[in-house]
Design a protein around this ligand. Structure first.
Ligand SMILES: Nc1ncnc2c1ncn2[C@@H]1O[C@H](COP(=O)(O)OP(=O)(O)O)[C@@H](O)[C@H]1O
Ligand SMILES: O=C(O)C1=C[C@@H](OP(=O)(O)O)[C@@H](O)[C@H](O)C1
Ligand SMILES: [Mg+2]
Length: 165
């Protein structure tokens, strides 16, 4: 099926670029973070507070695995790659695009990780998280787009070009 699934670090631009890309392609846009909130009736940070990081990852995996759509750009949360079943499902319903951004730029955009609701374990730094996740983003990506020092509209155009190849 012809969906586009955006993965990458929190702050890499999945949600903002996703909606711009969807307009260019004439697709629908879904942000999986919002689906998680709708299904659970809770905000993301409340789920993390109540169930812990592993509990949140389980909920995210279940919701992502159940997404059944067509001609849709799906912006995932940065922790989606911890959900094996969800990522296998995404592979089967579309093209996975990894929005690559340096750890320095991610840090500039994010501010306080806990306040932002990033699934980071106690004692883990942003650098640790980056090292842990980058191999997962690379493993699942069909297309990698470098987002460093680029405007949102140019990144959306670059993704569209890469999808046509
Ligand atoms: N290419 C870009 N250049 C500058 N700022 C960006 C770019 N892409 C995203 N941003 C900004 O970075 C922040 C995080 O973007 P967001 O789309 O929420 O990322 P994600 O969904 O990957 O966490 C937002 O304030 C957004 O406006
Ligand atoms: O990377 C993460 O651990 C998370 C990223 C968030 O989404 P964005 O990547 O859209 O910020 C959201 O899913 C949740 O707060 C956890
Ligand atoms: Mg987002």
């Amino acid at each position: 099926m012809n969906n586009v699934i955006l993965i990458g670090m929190p702050g890499s631009g999945k949600s903002t670029i996703g909606v711009v890309l969807a307009k260019r392609l004439g697709y629908r846009f879904v942000d999986s973070d919002l689906v998680i909130q709708e299904r659970t009736g809770k905000l993301l940070h409340q789920i993390i507070e109540e169930k812990g990081i592993d509990g949140f990852i389980r909920v995210e995996n279940e919701v992502n695995e159940s997404l059944d759509m067509e001609k849709t750009v799906i912006a995932t949360g940065g922790s989606a790659v911890y959900g094996k079943e969800a990522m296998v499902h995404f592979k089967s319903i579309g093209t996975i695009v990894y929005l690559r951004l340096s750890c320095e730029s991610v840090a500039d955009r994010l501010g306080d990780l806990n306040e932002r609701g990033v699934a980071v374990r106690q004692g883990q730094t942003l650098e640790d998280l980056y090292e842990e996740r980058v191999p997962l983003y690379q493993r699942y990506a069909d297309i990698v787009i470098d987002c460093e020092d680029k405007m949102i509209k140019d990144i959306a155009a670059e993704i569209e070009g890469a999808l046509k190849k």
